[in-house]
Ligand binder design. Structure first.
Ligand code: NAD
Length: 380
């Protein structure tokens, strides 16, 4: 069997989620390649060695440039913060590697467009880890919409709520906390959390035409973890926006890290002419479904337990009725990526697909500044 030799950059939250997926995928999916966890890369030698030993990587690097230069690596997986996505992806594309990149694609649309140009010039297989598309209940929602079961869509409503940055004593910068540093993250909840909501929305409901947003930074200054200085906070702590989709539907999106009591409340609801769908990350294996065509006396919201053999991906796991979780979305994404590579039909979202989300984020942040409706730039 042909090998796919993985070089992973970053051993944080996503480094673990992806390593778990690379290790498991071959046990559950029929692949035409053997995944070899060839090298893990991060700047701290001791930590990356410990990570490699724990997850089964054969070797380590402390400089991503050396990792990319290696001939025994076929695929570069970017699990580092947003400020290095462009540089790493451009170098990996030049070296002819396949590239998987964490979301958001980049800090903004300009960087994202450069990444798309680089990978398309090199012609290398690529994908961005918007993993929520591959939670079976969300994939089922996509199937139902594509089959026309909702009819015309009127409304799309999404939220992503957290509460972990409320304390003004929380520093910005460094592992995990780079999300609060605008220079590294690009933006706050817009690029970090709403990007997920936007990717799912565009996938399920098509492109957005225009947006009208407001943002707020509740804590204006924080100590920087790396410099030790108290610095101005440049990210959006909260963002809410209205959107018009090209299909005529209206939408509301909201995200914050100041919603006390919520840890990762990603929800969406879609209202169509015949039916509505709702999903909640905290109950991720269920899809709520209301169908107006049901007999009147029995009409009501159903809660579909998306664990049966004919539900997306579920025939690959246990027996009907047994649930899977968050980490499996990453396993599905690797399986789909490899299937796409072997069939020559790229799995979505490609870098180009993810650029659309980046342009929506740009329009949202621009609108928050101009206080006006802003058009979403088309992906050229
Ligand atoms: N798909 C999702 O749901 C999801 C969830 C969380 C994070 N993310 C994305 O994944 C990426 C990483 O986020 P995270 O939560 O894993 O962050 P993290 O802080 O937990 O880990 C980041 C890792 O990158 C390494 N790193 C930083 N700069 C580097 C460099 N120059 N060279 C090599 N390694 C470097 C760090 O050492 C660390 O191991 C971000 O782009 C983030 O937006 C996506």
């Amino acid at each position: 069997m042909k090998q796919l030799r993985v070089g992973m950059i970053g051993y944080g939250f996503m480094g673990r989620a992806h390593s778990n997926a690379f290790r498991k995928v071959g046990n559950f999916f029929d692949l035409d390649r053997e995944i070899v966890m060839k090298a893990a890369c991060a700047r701290n030698a001791d930590k990356v060695k410990a990570f490699a030993a724990q997850w089964g990587y054969q070797s380590v690097e402390t400089d991503w440039r050396r990792l990319i230069a290696r001939e025994d690596i076929d695929l570069i997986d970017i699990c580092a913060p947003n400020d290095v996505h462009l540089e790493i992806a451009a170098a990996a594309a030049k070296a002819g590697k396949m590239i998987l990149c964490e979301k958001p694609l980049a800090r903004d649309g300009k960087e994202g467009a450069r990444m798309v140009a680089a990978i398309e010039k090199a012609g290398v297989p690529n994908m961005v880890w918007y993993n929520y598309r591959r939670i079976p209940a969300v994939t089922l929602a996509k199937q139902l919409i594509d089959q026309g079961k909702l009819g015309r869509i009127f409304h799309y409503r999404a939220k992503f709520l957290q509460d972990w940055t409320i304390s003004p004593d929380l520093p910005q910068g460094g592992q995990g906390l780079w999300r609060l540093d605008a220079k590294v993250a690009g933006s706050g909840v817009t690029g970090d959390l709403l990007a997920h909501c936007i990717d799912t929305a565009v996938w399920l409901n098509g492109s957005m035409d225009e947006v009208n947003a407001m943002t707020e930074t509740f804590v204006k200054e924080r100590k920087h973890n790396l410099t030790g200085k108290v610095e101005k906070v440049g990210i959006d702590d909260a963002c809410a926006f209205l959107a018009r989709f090209k299909n005529g539907s209206l939408a509301t999106f909201e995200s914050t890290r100041y919603a006390r009591g919520h840890k990762a409340l990603y929800t969406f609801e879609i209202n169509g002419e015949h039916a509505s769908i709702a999903w909640d990350l905290h109950d991720l294996h269920r899809l709520a479904w209301f169908d107006h065509r049901d007999e009147g006396r029995l009409r009501g919201w159903r809660s579909i337990h998306v664990t049966d053999g004919d539900h997306p991906y579920m025939d690959k796991w246990w027996v009907p009725g047994l649930a899977i979780g968050y980490e499996h979305s990453f396993v599905h994404q690797v399986a789909d990526f490899l299937d796409g590579v072997s069939k020559g039909k790229p799995a979505s979202p490609t870098f180009r697909d993810a650029l659309e989300t980046q342009y929506v984020c740009d329009a949202v942040l621009k609108s928050a500044k101009t206080n006006r409706w802003e058009k979403v730039a088309p992906v050229a």
